[in-house]
Design a protein around this ligand. Structure first.
Ligand code: GRF
Length: 221
């Protein structure tokens, strides 16, 4: 039996993604390789051709395409989405490049267990094209944010952030690539903290409880 099924129950994570799926990949790799007590148990996309779905299938993770055209309203679509996520008994939902605005019903259903990653230091540059917004504004530093999702767009309580300096002559693509590397680092870290029960939301603030102290270093003979 693999080591990761032993001990405390593992967090069941559902990932919503519309495209490339590099953050999905970072989450899957981190949960499989390291001490993160979590597993990505389902990937859902609104796009049949999302690379995220193809990756999930290759990795043997249930991959579900929910076609928005098959539901008359956003509410009906998100009701179906809640059904899929509940069916897979997810304890945490991670948005990873999911391009649809969630209904308040879905946000409320997963309140306190719904995370997103955004390519800017929120509350600066919410919404689309955050990297281009940062370049257009002329900031010296931008970055990545993992936050809990509330009913606004990129407005929920912040879990982790990483700063990325803007370099002279940066293009949107170059800046986005450096930010993405930070996303891939802090998103799995946020999931690890959540899985360890160390995140608590107090109003706008997320408190991170300290982890167990590291075991004493072994004396070398
Ligand atoms: C990332 O930049 C993320 O911050 C934003 O959408 C992009 C998704 O990229 N929300 P990927 O599909 O995870 O590669």
């Amino acid at each position: 039996m693999p080591e990761r099924s032993i001990g405390a129950a593992r967090l069941r994570v559902g990932v919503l993604a519309s495209g490339r799926g590099s953050n999905l990949r970072a989450l899957v790799v981190a949960t499989r390789a390291s001490g993160v007590r979590a597993d990505v148990v389902v990937v859902v996309s609104d796009r049949a051709d999302a690379d995220a779905l193809a990756y999930a299938r290759v990795e043997g993770i249930p991959a579900v395409h929910l076609d928005p055209r098959q539901h008359p309203t956003r509410e009906a679509h998100d009701k179906a989405l809640i059904g899929v996520l509940d069916e897979h008994r997810v304890g945490l939902v991670c948005l990873a490049g999911y391009m649809r605005i969630l209904t308040p019903e879905l946000v409320r259903h997963f309140a306190g267990r719904l995370l997103n990653v955004h390519p800017a230091l929120l509350p600066a540059f919410p919404g689309l094209h955050a990297q281009r917004q940062a370049l257009d504004h002329g900031v010296r530093v931008t970055g990545a944010t993992v936050h809990f999702v509330d009913e606004g767009v990129d407005t929920g309580p912040i879990v982790l952030q990483a700063a990325v300096p803007v370099e002279p002559g940066d293009t949107e693509e170059r800046l986005a690539a450096r930010i993405l590397a930070e996303e891939h680092r802090i998103y799995p870290e946020a999931v690890r903290l959540f899985a360890e029960g160390r995140l608590a939301i107090h109003g706008r603030t997320v408190r991170i409880a300290p982890g167990a102290p590291a075991p004493p270093a072994k004396e070398t003979p």
